[in-house]
Design a protein around this ligand. Structure first.
Ligand code: PMP
Length: 397
């Protein structure tokens, strides 16, 4: 539908079905960053000259745009280098405050970026690392969650949308349960942010993390949203320029949040690019994107169900924008290799989520993921290539 907005997709004869790994970039984002480098570039928060003022104003305006997009306030938005750093920032803080006897509760379906930092924080602090399960559908096992949640739980970490299952998790309900026992909740929004409206006030989550590059923005920039009181209670993550208030030999005091968490030169050009990507998505409208992607995901699932021996990772077909599957015992890498010959880009592997694959008795899967620029022609091209590949791999006559 919007393919013409994306120079790479307009110029290359590629069928790009790997948006869950990273989204392509619209022309206006590329142009915004190019113009910024050519006309407004100077380090932020540092200089008195007009360039530095313009640069700083653009950076702070990007913070406001991102805040508006998720219904937060600008002082609750920390610029990081991506979702992984956002989560590590919070987990590193908790590693310092957790004590033996405390517990951290994480879903088995988490991307390693929202699993390993918590595991390591527990190892460092002596807190218990606890994992809740999903049902055969791939939906969260709410009974298991309720059983494992207790007044010892200090923080729950869960994805808004899994990058393997493609299901939206009931974050509002999880948040309410977590808050009832006094726990905080961090929501990994790396996948959901480009596929559904996010309102952090409505979700009531304490932290929300995502990356710019999956939202049609540049690489190297991400967001950590935190309720102001939650950010204020976290120790600083990195130390250096800009994040201090006063430095003396015996003591350093730190700047207010969110700048306290932005040590060193920040990815400010990327932040400006991300704000443009947000404006691009807002101009199309998240509602329209959701309708388009839901329809296309159903179309993809219907077509895949016509292929003998296809099994989906997680039985629920209520998926959004991505589908992970296997075909009998054919190695997914063989299929991906064959698809690549027809310039079809899909993902093969454990998608940085080994445990959810093991939960479903697999090591790896093939993943097809969609963006706002995909249409039925892409799915049809993929299906033609898939059927041809399977027939070759099965040695059909
Ligand atoms: N969480 C989820 C659910 C993801 O899909 C990803 C990226 N694949 C991440 C976290 C990490 O994002 P990034 O690599 O951009 O930091």
């Amino acid at each position: 539908m919007f393919r013409q907005d994306f120079p790479l997709l307009s110029n290359e004869s590629v069928v790009y079905l790997d948006t869950a790994a990273s989204a392509q970039k619209p022309e206006i984002v590329l142009r915004e960053m190019d113009t910024f480098y050519r006309t407004s570039y100077a380090n932020v928060h540092r200089g008195q000259c007009a360039l530095a003022s313009r640069s700083t104003a653009a950076y702070e305006s990007a913070r406001e745009t991102v805040a508006r997009f998720i219904q937060a306030s600008p002082d609750e938005i920390v610029f990081t280098k991506g979702a992984t750093e956002s989560i590590n920032l919070v987990a590193a803080g908790y590693a310092q405050t957790l004590r033996p006897g405390d517990e951290v509760l994480v879903c088995v379906a988490e991307h390693h970026a929202n699993f390993v930092p918590w595991q390591q924080a527990c190892l460092r602090s002596g807190a218990l690392f606890n994992v809740f399960n999903v049902l055969p559908t791939g939906e969260i096992d709410m009974n298991d969650f309720r059983e494992k949640l207790s007044d010892r739980t200090k923080i729950v970490a869960v994805a808004h949308m899994s990058n393997v299952l493609g299901l939206l998790n009931p974050v509002r309900e999880l948040t309410e349960l977590a808050h009832r026992v006094g726990a905080k909740i961090l929501v990994d929004g790396a996948q959901s942010i480009a596929h559904t409206s996010v309102d952090v006030r409505d979700l009531d989550c304490d932290f929300f993390a995502f990356s710019g590059h999956k939202l049609y923005g540049p690489t190297g920039v991400g967001i950590l949203y935190g309720k102001k009181s939650c950010l204020e209670s976290l120790p600083p993550y990195q130390f250096g320029g800009d994040m201090i208030r006063h430095v003396a030999v015996d003591k350093t005091t730190f700047a207010d949040v969110p700048v306290r968490f932005e040590a060193g030169t920040t990815p400010f050009v990327e932040a400006v690019g991300l704000a443009k990507a947000v404006e691009y998505v807002e101009a199309i409208g998240m509602r329209q994107i959701e309708v388009h992607e839901k329809e296309l995901t159903h179309y993809l699932i219907d077509r895949l169900r016509t292929v003998p021996d296809v099994t989906f990772v997680g039985d629920s077909l209520n998926k959004r924008g991505l589908v992970s599957f296997n075909v009998g015992d054919i190695h997914p890498s063989d299929i991906a290799f064959a698809l690549a010959q027809d310039h079809i880009c899909v993902r093969v592997g454990h998608h940085c989520a080994m445990l959810i694959h093991h939960r479903f008795g697999r090591d790896i899967s093939l993943r097809v993921s969609l963006g706002l620029y995909n249409d039925r022609n892409d799915i049809d091209a993929f299906m033609r290539s898939l059927k041809k590949s399977l027939s070759l791999l099965r040695g059909d006559k």
